[in-house]
Design a protein around this ligand. Structure first.
Ligand code: PMP
Length: 368
C-alpha cells in the first residue's frame, strides 16, 4: 500500500493517509442486502409531485441558504421550532458538521463499539481524538464502561469539555439493538458535552429518544431520509438540537451545500407520511419472518429494532458463508472483521421475494 503517495505529489495528511476507507463492496448481484437501503421506491405520487416541482424551480439562482421551507416543514413534523433543525446532504454530512463545529485538535469524543464506523472515522478526519468503549455481551451500554470512557476522555489534557461529544447509535448499526431508556438516561446525565443520538433507523423502533430534547439541551438527535423515506439516492439528513448547536453547524458547513432539488424533495416527501409508515410496517413484518427463518436454520440472531438483522451463521466461518451467498448472487454485509463481531453477518431486510432468495441461499450455504 502506498498510502496515496506518489513522487512529485504532496503526501496527504499523515493521519488521513493511514485511515482505511469505509466501504461495502458493491458487486453485481441479483439480491443486494448489504447497505440497509429501502427495497421499495418512494410513492409514485411523490415522484410525480417532484417532477412537476422541477419545472417551477429557479435554477439560475443559488438555493435558499437557510433551507427555510424544509426546516419549517421538519419542525412542524417533529413539534419543534425551525431554529432547532439543521439539514444536510445525508446524515453523514450532519455528523461531519457536528464534528467540524465541536471536534478538532485538542478535543475528544466517545463511541461505544461495535457501532456505526463513521462516527469515529469522521472524528479522526477532523483531527478529533476518539475514546473507544466496548458494549456489553448483549451489545448494550455498560454502566462501568461508560464511566471508564468518560473518565479517560476527561483525563486527556485537552481543551474541554471532554468528551465534547458522546455518540450513541440507537437502534445501533450494525447490531440493530435499541438502547433501553434507563441506559440512555444514565448516559445523558453523566456525559458532559453533547450527546448525539443517531436515529438513522429510528422509525423502525417502537420508541425514539426525541422527547429527551425537551429535558436536556445537550441532546442532539440525528435522522435521515435514506431508510424509511426510501430516499437514499437523494442525500438528505437532519439534526434536531438546541438553536446554538444548529447555528454552530451552519457556521462550518459550505454555503449553499443543500441544493434546491434536495430542499424541495424533502418538503414534498413529508406530505407522504402515511405511505412511509406503511413501508415501515411492511419491513417490520418482514423482519419477523427473516428472524424466524434464520432461527429455523440454526443461526444465532441478535434482536433488532432496525431494517437489518445481525446473525451468526450456525457457528460456521462467517466469511465463507458470505462468499457462498455471493456465489448465489446474494450480497449481505460481512462484518465479521469489525471490532467484537467475529462470526457475524448483517442482512438488510428486503422485499419478500429478496428475503426468500436470501433464506434459500443461506440454507444451501449451510448445507440444509
Ligand atoms: N447513521 C447510521 C447509523 C447509518 O447506518 C447511516 C447509513 N449507513 C448513516 C448515519 C448515514 O446515512 P445517510 O448519510 O444516508 O443519511
Amino acid at each position: 500500500m502506498n498510502n496515496g503517495e506518489r513522487p512529485g505529489l504532496p503526501a496527504p495528511r499523515r493521519d488521513v493517509a493511514l485511515m482505511a476507507g469505509y466501504h461495502s463492496p458493491q458487486l453485481a448481484v441479483d439480491v443486494r442486502l448489504n447497505t440497509n437501503e429501502a427495497p421499495e421506491p418512494p410513492p409514485a405520487a411523490f415522484v410525480a409531485a417532484l417532477q412537476e416541482e422541477l419545472g417551477r424551480l429557479a435554477w439560475n439562482r443559488y438555493p435558499d441558504r437557510s433551507a427555510r421551507a424544509l426546516r419549517v416543514a421538519l419542525a412542524a413534523h417533529h413539534g419543534v421550532t425551525p431554529e432547532e433543525v439543521f439539514c444536510a446532504n445525508g446524515s453523514n454530512e450532519v455528523l461531519q458538521s457536528l464534528l467540524l463545529a465541536y471536534g478538532g485538535p485538542g478535543r475528544n469524543v466517545v463511541v461505544f463499539e461495535p457501532t456505526y464506523a463513521l462516527h469515529s472515522h469522521i472524528a479522526r478526519v477532523t483531527g478529533t481524538r476518539v475514546v473507544t468503549g466496548a458494549r456489553d455481551e448483549e451489545f448494550l451500554l455498560d454502566s462501568d464502561e461508560v464511566g471508564r470512557c468518560l473518565a479517560e476522555a476527561r483525563a486527556q489534557d485537552l481543551d474541554g469539555p471532554n468528551p465534547v461529544i458522546t455518540f450513541l447509535c440507537s437502534p445501533n448499526n450494525p447490531t440493530g439493538r435499541l438502547e433501553p431508556d434507563a441506559r440512555v438516561d444514565d448516559l445523558c446525565r453523566r456525559a458532559p458535552g453533547l450527546v448525539v443520538i443517531d436515529e438513522a433507523y429510528g422509525q423502525f423502533a417502537p420508541r425514539s429518544a426525541l422527547w429527551r430534547r425537551g429535558e436536556n439541551e445537550r441532546v442532539v438527535i440525528v435522522r435521515t431520509f435514506s431508510k424509511t423515506w426510501s430516499l437514499a439516492g437523494l442525500r438528505l439528513g437532519y439534526a434536531l438540537g438546541a438553536p446554538e448547536v444548529v447555528e454552530a453547524m451552519e457556521r462550518v458547513v459550505l454555503p449553499y451545500h443543500l441544493d434546491l432539488v434536495t430542499q424541495a424533495a424533502g418538503v414534498l416527501a413529508l406530505a407522504h407520511e402515511e405511505e412511509m409508515r406503511a413501508r415501515v410496517a411492511r419491513l417490520v413484518a418482514e423482519r419477523g419472518r427473516v428472524v424466524a427463518g434464520l432461527e429455523g436454520l440454526g443461526c444465532a440472531v441478535v434482536p433488532s429494532d432496525a431494517n437489518f438483522v445481525l446473525f451468526a451463521p450456525d457457528g460456521r466461518d462467517a466469511h465463507a458463508i458470505w462468499s457462498a451467498l455471493v456465489e448465489q448472487s446474494v450480497l449481505v454485509r460481512d462484518v465479521s472483521g469489525w471490532p467484537r463481531l467475529a462470526g457475524y453477518l448483517r442482512v438488510t431486510i428486503g422485499a419478500p421475494a429478496e428475503n426468500d432468495r436470501f433464506l434459500e441461499a443461506l440454507g444451501a450455504a449451510l448445507g440444509r
